[in-house]
Design a protein around this ligand. Structure first.
Ligand code: ZN
Length: 182
């Protein structure tokens, strides 16, 4: 951040009095611009035992397969965000079942949350951010072409849990690795 979004004055990066972290502070209007982690919400959309994946039509990871997910918008809930992303990327209406994974990704200041979801009528398609969408049997998932570590981990848990048909909520972290942007 270079300029104050409130008044346009150049901001300073310093520890405000009474705080213990560096913040962007406006010396003109004294606004402190707090920056906090962002939430990515998505679904594991299922239809008749198969999992719906989207092949990305955008960078990063163009051409890789992903679960529908994206940044939460203001004034929506996490499950609404997950359902909206599924509608936008996979043109699929879903019933949100239960929260499934919460994965902290602290080196990029994100928290990823995936819900188990069921397609309401089995229909899906490719939204603007997708090249194609497809239902995969668990043993056909293209593991070497999965877009992001949080998606891969969620799918690994899900395929494992499909065997017992028990899906406990799983909370974990993904820490930075070399060459791993997300
Ligand atoms: Zn200002």
């Amino acid at each position: 951040m270079k300029y104050c979004s409130t008044c346009g004055h150049p901001v300073e990066h310093r520890v405000p009095s009474g705080d213990n972290r560096h913040r962007y502070v406006c010396p003109s209007c004294e606004t402190i611009h707090y920056q906090n982690p962002r939430i990515v919400a998505g679904t594991v959309p299922v239809w008749e035992g198969r999992i719906l994946l989207c092949r990305r039509a955008i960078e990063p990871r163009y051409g890789y397969w992903t679960l529908p997910a994206g940044f939460m918008e203001n004034s929506e809930t996490t499950d609404e965000a997950a359902a909206r992303e599924t509608r936008e990327e996979a043109l699929a209406e879903v019933t949100i079942d239960e929260l499934y994974t919460i994965i902290h990704v602290p080196h990029i200041d994100q928290v990823h949350m995936f819900y188990r979801a069921t397609l309401t009528d089995g229909r899906y398609g490719a939204g603007e951010e997708s090249l194609e969408t497809e239902l995969f049997e668990p043993h056909d998932i293209p593991w070497d072409e999965i877009s992001f570590p949080t998606v891969k981990r969620t799918l690994e848990h899900f395929v494992e849990d499909m065997r017992s048909n028990r899906f406990p909520v799983r909370v974990s972290d993904i820490r930075h690795r070399m060459g791993d942007k997300r």
